[in-house]
Design a protein around this ligand. Sequence first.
Ligand SMILES: *Cc1c(COP(=O)(O)O)cnc(C)c1O
Length: 354
Amino acid sequence: MDIRIERVSPDKAKKKPEGALGFGKYFTDHMFLMEYTTGKGWHDARIVPYGPIALDPSAMVFHYGQEIFEGLKAYHAADGRTLLFRPDENAKRMNSSCHRLCMPEIPVDTWVECVKAAVKNDIDWIPTDFGTSLYIRPFMIATDPFLGVRASDHYYFIIILSPVASYYESGLNPVRIYIETEYVRAVRGGTGFTKCGGNYAASILSQSNAHTEGYEQVLWLDGVHREYIEEVGAMNVFFKIDGEIVTPSLEGSILPGITRKSAIELLTKKGYKVSERKLSVREVEEAADAGKLEEIFGTGTAAVISPVGELKIGGKHIVINDNKIGEVSSWLYNTLTGIQWGRIEDKNGWTVTI
Ligand SMILES: *Cc1c(COP(=O)(O)O)cnc(C)c1O
């Protein structure tokens, strides 16, 4: 693929951030852009200085929300290589989001090539401490200046890059979560399985209420019965109940996380019994009452593994594993981060060197 590169002039290059990086606060000097026009396909791939993009106020993304995104990281390995973790999975998932939102797909190889080119061009922005990384945010927006409701005929595919800190700067901390009983995130048949901005817009009120009450995240229930566990905030969720590791099965309303998929594969190989099935709140409550709720943890690219220390169900507070990190959570965290940062052998061929 032909990618035109326009480097930022040296006097306009940004100073690299010093001190705490946080998450998604700093952006590199460049961004990748590519355009789609019906009849012409994807064209004008380019890397240009990072900066605002001009859009017509009637651009369709502002009105009907045709917007999807992905999230992955570039890791600085111990031996100096730059690694990506299963980027083809992100490409495939973005195409599945494209299909659902009637947006144009990008061939997997092309998609990965765009990501690699963007990262390579800002390679000196990848932080090098263990746990830090360059967060990669590819996204697609509909840009036709038109107020009728239909699929747009013009799109931008953009990749921006942000150096981020380790999610756990002071160690792996268990989070407090509660079960959301009023609002739902998604229903089967809707867009729950896609990474579209609209899913997030609809989740912010619950997230904000949870923060007001002193919880970090909400646990979403299914939109029909309000009985089955779906996921936690922006993470997939796993429960260890009496030795069995359970995660809700993907039935259209849950985001198919790549960390989730990798965790299932690693745990199964390690010999754990892992079940993808329906899991009701009642079953979780009964397991807790019987002393059989051993661990709960979330999985996602940002935090990798997020142990849950406390769960509120209605008026009841359940403390899990003494509010300490469980054995499975900590093994998974060490294994996944070990593979991602090139510290332990990648026997599954998940990492891709740039
Ligand atoms: C991105 C995301 C996840 C986690 O997916 P990963 O591929 O593991 O990062 C889980 N739930 C939601 C709603 C998400 O948007």
